[in-house]
Design a protein around this ligand. Structure first.
Ligand SMILES: Nc1ncnc2c1ncn2[C@@H]1O[C@H](COP(=O)(O)OP(=O)(O)OP(=O)(O)O)[C@@H](O)[C@H]1O
Ligand SMILES: [Mg+2]
Length: 215
């Protein structure tokens, strides 16, 4: 299998980049795929998460590495090959990020719906590198109660994405996502959990869109 390099990117902080990098890396690893999650975040969110779990003796089903250890052109980490590489990008946009994105096969763009900046999103989508990468959008942290201005922003973004013919995954605001960063969401120590409920439906849609096993 050729290595699939997946960028999880948004120029803005707090959109869900690290959350979905960890979710995707964990899920793919639990499905016995060989996975690396690259910590592109200066805050080292992924490395810290991994270290904390390992200290507690809990399973981490992927390898992690810093960007400096990742060879973008070969898709290897310290000369090692993987089936899937998920890159937790930093919240910025510059020529280094543009170059890194150019090596990625898929770009996942989590957008926190309450923070959406439509003009900037449009500008990013016009970038020649971003334009040419297949994209999956996550509309993240959707609130369960009606807020007209949020709904109209969501509709505008949906219309924009529909024009691009890209998949959109909608993720509600849920405290479980916070819990994920602290510990176990869909696996308990070494045993995968029984999956059920809305959260599972949302994540399955994401796994399917990315091309990972969904059961
Ligand atoms: N759907 C959701 N519902 C509730 N909380 C969420 C959801 N998605 C993400 N979060 C929370 O939002 C916060 C920011 O998410 P995360 O750290 O993944 O963002 P980020 O894009 O990586 O941010 P940064 O740019 O700072 O690295 C975290 O506390 C995370 O648990
Ligand atoms: Mg992060």
């Amino acid at each position: 299998m050729a290595t699939k390099i997946v960028a999880i990117y948004n120029w803005k902080g707090g959109q869900g980049k690290s959350t979905f990098s960890i979710i995707l890396g964990s899920w793919a690893g639990l499905k016995n795929l060989k996975v690396a999650v690259i910590d592109g975040d200066d805050g080292r969110t992924v490395s810290d998460w991994v270290q904390e779990r390992e200290l507690k003796g809990k399973l981490v089903p992927f390898k992690t590495a810093l960007v400096s250890q990742f060879d973008f052109s070969r898709g290897t980490v310290n000369d090692e090959d993987f089936d899937w590489i998920f890159i937790d990008f930093p919240a910025a946009f510059n020529s280094k990020i543009e170059e890194a994105l150019s090596y990625c096969n898929v770009l996942i763009l989590p957008i926190k719906i309450g923070d959406a900046e439509l003009a900037r999103l449009k500008r990013l989508l016009q970038n020649s590198i971003v334009r040419d990468i297949p994209k999956i959008f996550i509309l993240n942290q959707i609130l369960w109660f009606e807020k007209e201005w949020l709904n109209s922003t969501r509709r505008e973004i949906q219309a924009l994405i529909r024009e691009l013919k890209c998949p959109i995954v909608e993720i509600k605001y849920r405290s479980d996502y916070g819990k994920l960063m602290a510990g176990n969401l869909f696996w308990d120590n070494r045993k995968p959990r029984i999956y059920s409920g809305d959260l599972w439906v949302e994540l399955r849609t994401l796994f399917q869109a990315v091309g990972l096993p969904s059961a």
